[in-house]
Design a protein around this ligand. Structure first.
Ligand SMILES: [Fe+2]
Length: 447
């Protein structure tokens, strides 16, 4: 009997997709386990900051979302633990209230996520991965892998807030490969913003649509610690005229005097606490743990402004040669360790100039990875937006008090990071791995 192998048939493509899904789910789970097995029970149930959930809540919430979407909806299976749904519904309980809930303990939570995952492997084996929107191209599986990785990044932020001996380790970031300074001019014109062909893009990234962007200049690299320190040393935190009214009110109320986790010793030398380890401030590292109001004040001090979301995406995706928008600054290929600092391979941003191969054709560096970048834009629906698979994913946040962040951080996995990916948060938030770069309008002689 002859077995026919026809390359490119639906069947082989479906099997390849099944493999990619399994790999994405396993990578997320390895990371979740790594972030939780290094702490004892007391640390897993503790609340390390009122801004964050206990890690054991994130763990069981990851399993609960996986159960809801993949076991019950896609798989049509009986519930594993319907009784705990409401405990792990992020809309029912604010983070500050979660420690008081009758949560699963760490051993129960581990059992639960393991049981759910075993069922998911069976669902994945049997799913046709085509048909209705939720399963076409494995969307629901991709959404759940992204969800777990996004919680892993949140759990990593909890680790950074935690006080105590260091428990995480990773190799150092690559050294600077090239010197990157100055700005890149992006001429006026239309480009395609948003996702069309990426099957795992989320509802808020869709649909792709044309946007005209006036000419602008954007920094070739994120703002570094050295640049930010010049703002601090110039009295940036003492000069209300540099801040918006809301920003200054927040600076006063929260007592901000420097980025979070910075500390100055008696000799005037600056240090930064990185997952429990004090390090001398590294001059060429992108500044991280600043809120939007701090970025706004720095921009006014520097005589520039934050880029709009459309400007950021055009700088990251528009290829002037072909006129089309690409998936990433370097092209359409997936991120690799040589292209971007993603996926918690390192525990901090890499120095500016460390990823020359990941630059855009025009020479804008480190748009993807290292730090999330604040933009000036609020979080709004694109024209033609359709909520999918549920309104609470994005739609309920549109028009709220949020600013969009782009590009992903060293703690964002590649499954949850691409040129179209949109993150959003309140302008006062700084426990997230956020920095920024600046932009400006073109002068008449530059147009
Ligand atoms: Fe969640």
């Amino acid at each position: 009997m002859t077995v026919q192998h026809l390359p490119g048939t639906d069947r082989s493509e479906t099997e390849a997709l099944r493999g990619r899904i399994a790999e994405a789910l396993e990578r997320a789970r390895r990371r979740t386990i790594g972030l939780t097995e290094c702490l004892d029970e007391a640390e897993l149930v503790a609340q390390h900051s009122r801004l964050m959930s206990p890690l054991v809540w994130d763990l069981a919430h990851i399993g609960n979302q996986e159960e809801l979407w993949l076991v019950r909806d896609v798989g049509g299976r009986e519930p594993v633990r319907q009784d705990i749904d409401q405990l792990y519904d992020a809309f029912k309980h604010a983070r500050a209230d979660r420690p008081a809930l009758p949560l699963l303990d760490p051993a129960q939570a581990r059992d639960y996520v393991g049981t759910v995952r075993d069922k998911v492997w069976d669902v994945l084996d049997r799913s046709p991965l085509h048909g209705r929107d939720l399963v076409r191209d494995g969307f629901a599986f991709g959404m759940i892998a992204q969800h777990e990785q996004q919680h892993d990044e949140t759990m990593l932020a909890t680790h950074q807030l935690r006080v105590g001996e260091a428990v995480l380790a990773a190799p150092p970031t690559p050294a600077r490969g090239v010197a990157v300074t100055g700005e890149v001019v992006v001429p006026a014109g239309e480009f395609t913003m948003g996702a069309d062909s990426d099957p795992w893009a989320l509802d808020n990234e869709r649909p792709a649509h044309p946007v005209h962007v006036d000419g602008f200049a954007i920094d070739a690299a994120p703002i570094t610690n050295e640049q930010y320190l010049a703002f601090v040393d110039d009295g940036g935190y003492e000069r209300p005229e540099l801040w918006s009214e809301r920003g200054w009110a927040h600076r006063m109320e929260a007592g901000l005097t420097a980025p979070q986790f910075w500390d100055q010793d008696g000799g005037g030398r600056w240090w930064r606490r990185v997952f429990g380890v004090m390090q001398p401030l590294r001059a060429q590292q992108p500044v991280v743990h600043v809120c939007w109001f701090e970025a706004e004040a720095y921009a006014r001090w520097a005589g520039k402004r934050l880029p709009t979301e459309a400007e950021w995406e055009k700088a990251a995706r528009f290829d002037p040669e072909s006129g089309r928008s690409r998936r990433f600054p370097w092209g359409d290929g997936d991120p690799t360790e040589a292209l971007a600092n993603l996926g918690q391979h390192h525990l901090e941003p890499a120095d500016v100039g460390a990823y020359p191969a990941g630059a855009s054709p025009a020479g804008v560096h480190q748009l993807i990875g290292d730090v999330w970048e604040w933009t000036s834009s609020g979080f709004e629906a694109y024209p033609g937006f359709r909520a999918f698979p549920y309104r609470e994913y994005s739609e309920v946040f549109f028009g709220g008090d949020y600013r969009v962040l782009r590009g992903g951080s060293f703690g964002a996995d590649q499954v949850a990071c691409r040129g179209t990916f949109r993150n959003w948060d309140h302008p006062i938030r700084r426990q997230i791995f956020a920095g920024f770069r600046l932009a400006r309008d073109l002068r008449s002689d530059e147009r």
